[in-house]
Every structure is written in C-alpha cells, then in structure tokens.
Ligand binder design. Structure first.
Ligand SMILES: [Zn+2]
Length: 340
C-alpha cells in the first residue's frame, strides 16, 4: 500500500487528527494598515488511509474561476465524507492579488514564478515559501486551478508534465474536455511540487476577472472524477464530456500536443469566427482584423487541422498580439518515467 498510515497532520502550529476537519490560517504578512494577511487552508481528513490531494485556486489573484470552483466544492460538501485520505482545499493562495484584482502581489511579482520562495524574500517569495514549507510536505498530488490571463480565455483543460507518469494518470483521471502536455515552468508551483516528487496538474478554464459557469462546472466534474479514481469518493463520477460542436453538442474529449499561438498580422478591430473548444480545418476563416476606418480587412486563416485551445477576447489587437492558441490532436504519452 502506498498510504499505510493515518498519522496526525501538523500544519503550522495546528494538529489535525484523522477523521476531522479544520481550517488553519497560515500567516503571511501585514498590510501597511497593520492588518494581518492569512492564507486560510481547509483540511478535510477521513479516518482511513489514503492520498492527500491539494486543490488550490487564486495563485494568480484575478483568476476567479478557480477560486469559485474550490469554494463551491466545499459548499457542496464534496469533501465532508471522504472514503479515505485527505483533501487540502486552498481557494485563494494569493490573497493580496485577489483583494486588488491583480494577477501578481503588490510588489508586481508573480507568485507562480517565485517558488520555492524564501522567508526573507519579497512578498511573492513569502507566499511561495509558506506553500512550499508548510503545505506541500503533506501533499501526495494536486490540481492547481487557473484561467487565461489578459483577456484571453481558455477552454476547460488540464495541463500536465508528459515526463511524469503520475501526472499523466492524474490528468487522465480528471477527464477534462481537453488535455495538453505542458513542460514545467521554472519557479512555478508545479515545478516546485515536481522537485518534491509530488505530481500537480494545472486546470485552465475561462479568463481572468470573469466568472464563467462552464469552466467552474467542468473543474468540479473533473475533481469528482479524480476523487473517485483515487477511491476517495463513493458516488458515481460524472461522465466525461468532450468539446462542444457548433450545434452545442458534446463530442469526444481531446488530447492535444504541439500547441502554438497564432498572432495578428495587422492592427485593428479583431472579431473571431471560431472560438475556444472548436475544431478548425487548414485554410478555414477563423477571424478577421479590420481597420476601424474601413480601409482594410485582413482574414485570419487556420494554419492547420486542429483545435482552438484559447482565444483573445480583446476587440483591439496590435500586430503580433496573440489571437488564437491552437493545438494538434495527438495520442497520450506512453512509457513515461516515474516522477520519483
Ligand atoms: Zn494563472
């Protein structure tokens, strides 16, 4: 058995015995007003041995779908009667960013590029350190919930490290409409966890500063499937739903590889004819860029057969701006090595 013991979990100064639920406020720093900023960590423990699953949102403070997804899972009581193991739910990692509708912390640094962090470092480094030092040592695997940034929306998708067989298994169990192989980014939570032998996959759904019900619901459906695969949830897992076709019907989920950004060849008003989650055929018209004075119109054509992973919702684009994130369909990796 991989998880033979049910020992008390010690988080900060708080002891959390098996079979109990507790919220621990991990202290980060004070605002200039003297207000203490905490990172509330919600721990749900079964009294039977099993994995400890981390579910985190708001690492980027303006990516609200992940925050709402983790909040709603708790509100639904999803972790109240776990069959085994534990869930650590962390709806908002970057409390500072959430307060100010910002991706970053007030010093302008990205927490997700600041791992492992340091107790003497910047605010971003401090938040990263708290997670690396106090939370991650208890975690066996995790899902970190994000959205697209800067007016770009992502179709609900899981991104995983193709070199890590446990991350591959986690991504498959989640069963998102799209799954993408995605290498680890230095300084990210995912890279830090990987260096500690912990597979974490990233869920992306919707865009920053916009609550989007489809992305929130797919986040919850995928988490239920993962909990079920891990033996932590007894209820029947939701069926896997794939992409919506142009009539709104669900087709099969897709595994994509070799993703690329299609960029604007001109500046102007951008309108998209195809959007995230849709299939594209090489040469097909998927968008237009028009000069606001109507002196030119540039067609945006699909460069290959594939799928739209994400698209830009900004009505004004400049030459070189990202318009569509596109992916080729591919098979899941096979025969990858273990993370540990
Ligand atoms: Zn993010």
């Amino acid at each position: 058995m991989k998880y033979p013991e049910v020992a008390p979990m010690v988080l900060g100064e708080t002891v959390i015995p098996s079979g109990s639920t507790k919220t621990v406020d991990l202290q980060i720093a004070r605002l200039l007003s003297g207000t203490l900023i905490h990172m509330p960590v919600h721990v749900f423990r079964s009294d039977r041995p099993g994995p400890t699953l981390l579910l985190s949102g708001g690492l980027h403070g303006d990516e609200v779908n992940g925050i709402e997804a983790v909040r709603r899972m708790m509100s639904l009581g999803l972790f109240d009667n776990l069959e085994c193991g534990s869930v650590i739910a962390l709806p908002i990692i970057n409390v500072y960013g959430f307060l100010f509708f910002s991706r970053d912390v007030p010093d302008g640094k990205d927490v997700n590029r600041s791992f492992p962090g340091s107790p003497q470092g910047s605010l971003a480094s401090l938040v990263a350190h708290t997670l690396s030092d106090k939370v991650l040592p208890h975690v066996d695997l995790g899902v970190d919930f994000h959205t697209g940034g800067a007016s770009r929306t992502n179709y609900p998708q899981i991104r995983y490290d193709p070199e890590d067989s446990e991350a591959v298994a986690c991504a498959k169990a989640f069963g998102a409409p799209m799954s993408l192989a995605s290498s680890l980014i230095p300084g990210s939570l995912r890279a830090q966890a990987s260096s500690m032998g912990i597979p974490i996959v990233v869920y992306e759904g919707g865009e920053s500063m916009r609550l989007e019900e489809h992305s929130v619901k797919e986040a919850i459906r995928g988490t239920k499937r993962l909990l079920s695969t891990l033996g932590m949830l007894s209820q029947e897992p939701p069926k896997v739903r794939g992409l919506k076709d142009r009539r709104g019907r669900h087709s099969a989920p897709r595994h994509l590889n070799q993703t690329t950004w299609l960029r604007a060849e001109a500046s102007g008003l951008f309108s998209f004819e195809r959007e995230s989650g849709q299939a594209i055929a090489e040469g097909e018209l998927i968008g237009r860029i028009r000069n606001p004075y109507d002196s030119y119109s540039v067609k945006v054509l699909a460069p290959f057969d594939g799928f739209i992973v994400g698209h830009n919702n900004m009505p004004l684009v400049h030459r070189g701006d990202a318009l569509f994130h596109l992916g080729h369909e591919s098979d899941w990796p096979s025969g990858v090595g273990s993370s540990s």
